[in-house]
Write a protein that binds this ligand. Structure first.
Ligand SMILES: [Zn+2]
Length: 460
């Protein structure tokens, strides 16, 4: 049963402005064994780039979904037809998309409604959600909650939380982060479009699928249930279904899913279980190192407010060693720092032609609104003579297609160990920090522990 994909709470657009600087990777890295066949009228989509974006997302996400949850039999699910129509209608209802069976076959294809998709802020998530249904491929299963929840978890796990730029943003303009204390995660009413993603995350965390030395998978909770449904061994997800509960009992020792949900709630409340991204999950081995698919960077939870957390280092002037890379500027960890000596800077680099000793360009993953930045200089841990002295801060204005100034030649006159600067709000994805004098000794070495940017209007 297909219905409208729920709108992301407070979601804003997932932007792909990183493509400003790189040719679309779909042309180069598409996984060869899987094919998205474009059908219907793609000109109905009002963003001319949407087809390339969907092809790219398909090439990266669909192989992960197939290898994790795809049919284990002869049905190979290699090609997926995606049909764009003006309105996707199920029954009498206009939906974002749906996944019917191909005529004369049990394979699924995807129908996406252009009118709905053109209005959405999570346009690509619609495709991924439906790909989740293609891979589920349940034939005779009546679902109140499982089928839609697993499709939503497909979006969450194998799209949103794989790369910062695939995350939605919340109403602070922040990258998506999960308030583990939000009661909405705890009791989503076993509804088809409830906020079940964190519960599914919990299942994969506490009862994971593992892979033994011979490469054989030992199913955890989600996979044991999923493959039993796919094989026709479970007919519904009612809380008193004995086939369903037998699996829950075998793997968790609990009598049913409701008991497991209560355990999840208890662990959330006591803090004994936390979500901080999917790095380190034991089943990652299944979805990594797939041909033509980039391994996820597994972004971690951002601290509320820091828009630079997890930013990509678009370019920088170098680093002294692998232990002092510029990524440490944006890891929300004041114990790590970016360090680069004068000799580490590549003097051929055009960015250093502007009287800079060092520089770093941050890609925030999405266009966000911000009105303040902070630099945590060396003095927070070391001698204050190593503090940065004079710098420029620019941001990329995507409408004007040029760098605009936030600070030019700003001088840390008081030699503060932390500098905070507040300015009129701007919107950008890219920040350029150029260091004119990178310490007081004149060595040309730069040592900075963290760069933070925030939107002060949204700070508690
Ligand atoms: Zn669905």
């Amino acid at each position: 049963m297909e219905r409208i994909l729920k709108l992301w709470r407070r979601g804003l657009a997932v932007l792909f402005a990183a493509w400003l600087f790189a040719e679309p990777a779909c042309l180069v890295h598409a996984a060869e064994s899987y094919q998205m066949v474009c059908d219907g009228d793609w000109s109905l989509l009002n963003n001319a780039d949407m087809q390339a974006q969907m092809q790219y997302v398909f090439s990266q996400v669909y192989p992960r979904l197939v290898v994790r949850w795809g049919r284990q039999d002869e049905r190979r699910q290699e090609k997926v037809r995606v049909q764009i129509v003006l309105q996707a209608v199920v029954g009498e209802k206009i939906v974002g998309g749906y996944t019917p069976q191909e005529q004369g076959s049990r394979e699924r294809y995807i129908v996406i409604g252009a009118e709905d998709n053109n209005r959405r802020q999570d346009r690509l998530a619609v495709l991924v959600h439906e790909l989740g249904h293609v891979v589920e491929c349940y034939d005779d299963f009546w679902s109140d909650w499982w089928t839609e929840s697993l499709a939503e978890y497909s979006v969450w796990r194998y799209f949103n939380w794989t790369e910062p730029q695939f995350m939605t943003m919340n109403d602070n303009g922040n990258l998506f982060n999960v308030d583990l204390l939000d009661p909405g995660w705890k009791d989503w009413g076993w509804a088809a479009y409830g906020r079940s993603e964190l519960f599914f995350t919990y299942m994969d965390s506490r009862y994971p699928t593992t892979v033994d030395a011979s490469g054989k998978r030992i199913y955890g909770l989600i996979d044991a249930i999923h493959f039993s449904i796919q094989e026709g061994k479970i007919q519904n997800d009612k809380m008193d279904n004995p086939q369903f509960n037998a699996i829950v009992k075998k793997i968790t020792g609990l009598d049913n899913m409701e008991q497991l949900r209560q355990q999840f709630v208890s662990e959330l409340e006591t803090g004994s279980w936390k979500f901080n991204g999917f790095a380190g999950y034991s089943d990652n081995v299944i979805t990594e190192n797939l041909p033509g698919v980039k391994n996820p960077s597994y972004p971690s939870q951002s601290f509320a407010g820091n828009l630079c957390n997890g930013a990509i280092i678009y370019r920088c002037s170098g680093a002294s060693s692998e232990h002092s890379i510029a990524e440490f500027l944006v890891d929300n960890d004041l114990d790590t720092k970016w360090s680069a000596a004068a000799a580490d800077a590549n003097r051929q680099d055009e960015w250093l032609g502007k009287d800079l000793q060092h520089y770093v360009v941050l890609d925030l993953g999405n266009e966000v609104e911000l009105d303040a930045y902070a630099i945590y200089h060396a003095g927070i841990k070391e001698d204050s003579s190593l503090n940065t002295v004079k710098w420029n801060v620019l941001y990329w204005d995507s409408a004007a297609q040029e760098w605009m100034t936030i600070d030019m030649g700003y001088v840390n006159k008081a030699n503060a160990d932390i500098t905070t600067r507040v300015f009129a709000p701007i919107r950008t994805q890219f920040l350029f920090f150029g260091f004119v004098d990178s310490d007081w000794t004149g060595s040309g070495n730069v040592n900075i522990y963290e760069i933070v940017c925030i939107n002060t209007k949204h700070m508690g």
